[in-house]
Design a protein around this ligand. Structure first.
Ligand code: FAD
Length: 294
């Protein structure tokens, strides 16, 4: 299924994002978690693409196996980091030959310690260039792009960031999946701004249920998402009690998801971090629209 078919016309898309496990034990456990998540009839499952090189083949291996074993549509993430346009084409041709139907097309982050992204010779500078290439050379692949309710870290002006997002969509991005955020007001403002700018692609909120405060502080220090006190206070009150932190994180995420559903979000994309427990608990707690895709 093409990623855009998960949304619109009375549909509500639930999707999950995995990352390539670093160990064989992690990989074995992953498929058990995916099996449990399949109970929620996801529209598609995606797998991230590591910038360093080592996990890139793993991304394809995981996503192709998930598709085959669970009969669900999949998307590979792909970044422009350290790859020429020809190498990116080779990857996409391989992905297509393995049955992958969709791409989450990204620029990627600058290398650690560097705050500027530099394209390599023969490579791309911005995600919109990758989207243009996919649209021209791989018309059969569905394309999603990244959006930033709290504005991309490198963008100096929210208006310009929005124009850049529009450029990605105008180049062929069919769906926008957002960076994680914890204040729904940020998503709703962003969605309104996108609509006012004439952007008609579904803006799908990306949610990461927090079950460990230290971990989320690490993640958000990298991507710049704000952690509202309303969310951190119960987690801090839980102290070192892992079960209490889990319960507080799930409760916040369920409230966040329900509000987004009620506000008409086209779907929800969960950053599941290769585990099923928190996302399952969140999905058990919310009322999904009756039209959720399977
Ligand atoms: P772009 O859209 O290229 O934007 C980057 C910056 O450049 C922005 O500030 C933008 O305003 C500006 N800009 C964009 N186009 C232009 C232009 N034409 N001219 C001038 N300025 C421009 N990273 C990974 O390494 N692997 C993953 O698998 C991965 N998956 C992700 C999935 C999602 C849903 C999200 C939200 C992020 C993901 N990331 C991933 C992180 C992502 O790579 C970073 O956020 C990266 O810094 C920006 O990528 P982008 O595709 O949004 O870049």
């Amino acid at each position: 299924m093409r990623i855009s078919e998960a949304y619109g016309a009375g549909k509500f898309g639930v999707s999950f994002e995995l990352f390539p496990p670093k160990t064989p034990e992690g990989e074995r456990a992953l498929y058990g978690h995916v099996e449990r998540l399949m109970a929620y009839r996801p529209s598609y499952i995606t797998c991230t693409y590591g910038a360093g090189g080592s996990t890139q083949d793993k991304t394809l291996e995981i996503i192709a196996r998930v598709r085959k074993e669970f009969g669900v549509s999949v998307a590979t993430h792909l970044t422009c980091v350290g790859r020429t346009a020809d190498q990116l084409r080779d990857y996409l041709a391989r992905a297509e030959s393995m049955g992958v139907e969709n791409v989450v097309a990204l620029r990627g982050d600058p290398p650690k310690g560097d705050d500027t992204f530099r394209a390599i010779e023969g490579g791309y500078r911005y995600a919109n260039e990758l989207v243009t290439m996919i649209r021209q050379d791989f018309p059969g692949l569905g394309v999603a792009v990244a959006g930033y309710p709290e504005v991309h870290q490198e963008a100096t002006d929210p208006k310009v960031d929005l124009e850049n997002l529009k450029r990605k969509v105008d180049s062929g991005g069919e769906v926008v999946i957002t960076q994680l955020f914890y204040d729904n007001a940020d998503y709703l403002r962003f969605r309104d701004l996108c609509q006012a700018a004439g952007l008609t692609a579904p803006i799908v909120p990306g949610l990461l249920p927090v079950t460990n405060l230290a971990q989320i502080k690490r993640i958000t220090s990298l991507c710049g998402a704000r952690l509202p006190e309303e969310m951190t206070a119960p987690l801090e009150a839980a102290g070192d009690d892992a079960d209490a932190q889990f319960a507080a994180g799930v409760e916040y995420a369920a409230r966040q998801a329900q509000e987004l559903i009620d506000a008409g979000a086209p779907g929800v994309h969960f950053y599941v971090l290769n585990k099923s427990q928190a996302t399952s608990r969140v999905l058990d707690s919310v009322s999904l629209p009756a039209t959720t895709m399977g």
